[in-house]
Design a protein. Structure first.
Length: 275
């Protein structure tokens, strides 16, 4: 169940490289278009997808709650595809979302900033100054997304197994490197272990969606860990009523085998007010 993740900079030629690699390998390409096609099956509108996809949150409480749920739905789509195997996950923090799976081949496609600006201006028929603004904004947005949700620097080369500079290498060479690299013996897939990890990640995402979607719970402070169907609840809640509601949300998911409760109760209403 080979999995490739491709992180790219705008204008780096990541899009054609991903398409050509998927075609050559016979893999499913999981990109924005693929996610948009199946989004309704996961309760995601195209408007919600646009707001959440690869964007750091706007710090507005009610909007953040909805965006967090939508992001978990996007993650669930990616994880479901990853479980099927033989996929290329394009962007969406795939290399970080699947970091527990050692057989994932993590690729990054880059190019110098001005090269990317020139390419984007030509591709979209844009004024170079506008293209420059868009490329810079895209870089900042994607870096912010990775930093906020995965606490990692987007351009840290240690987060990837292969970094390709398309200012010097052709698309054909890039595709060959990817197709050869995924076959490396150090990435040999342990199917049983990978499927178990993916099953746990999928269950965790479903639980997070359930808890965050519950209007009776402030679910942002509930930490969820899953190992072979055993769910450990950490973090804190504000009352025993919240604890019971969290349990009800988790127990409603049939794949949950056992729940371990390590949540602390912190009732913010009992804290003394500052004067």
């Amino acid at each position: 169940m080979a999995i490739i993740t491709i992180s790219r900079e705008m204008g780096s030629a990541g899009i054609p490289i991903a398409h050509k690699a998927a075609e050559k390998l016979g893999y499913t390409l999981v990109d924005g278009e693929t996610i948009a096609k199946v989004a309704p099956q996961y309760g995601l509108t195209l408007e919600a997808l646009e707001k959440a996809d690869e964007k750091p949150p706007a710090f507005i409480e009610t909007l953040d709650e909805r965006t967090e749920v939508d992001l978990r739905q996007i993650e669930l789509i990616i994880l479901d595809y990853a479980l099927k195997g033989n996929v290329i996950i394009y962007g969406r923090g795939g290399q970080d979302l699947l970091k527990e799976i050692s057989s994932v081949f993590r690729v990054r496609v880059i190019a110098p900033f001005e090269t990317r600006v020139e390419r984007w201006a030509e591709r979209e028929w844009l004024d170079p100054d506008l293209a420059r603004v868009l490329v810079r904004k895209s870089d900042q947005q994607r870096a912010g997304f990775i930093k906020y949700y995965f606490d990692r620097e987007w351009n840290d080369p240690l987060g990837y197994d292969l970094v390709i500079n398309t200012d010097r290498l052709s698309e054909e060479t890039a595709v060959k490197l990817i197709c050869d690299g995924v076959k490396d013996r150090n990435l040999l897939d342990q199917k049983g272990a990978s499927k178990k990890i993916l099953a746990d990640l999928i269950l965790r995402a479903r639980i997070e969606i359930s808890v965050l979607s519950d209007p009776e719970i402030d679910g942002h402070h509930v930490l969820i860990d899953v190992h072979e169907g055993v769910v450990t609840l950490g973090g804190h809640i504000h009352s025993e009523a919240d604890r019971r509601q969290v349990f009800a949300s988790v127990q409603a998911i049939k794949e949950v085998r056992q729940i371990r409760d390590e949540m602390k109760t912190l009732d913010y209403r009992t804290f003394p007010r500052e004067h």
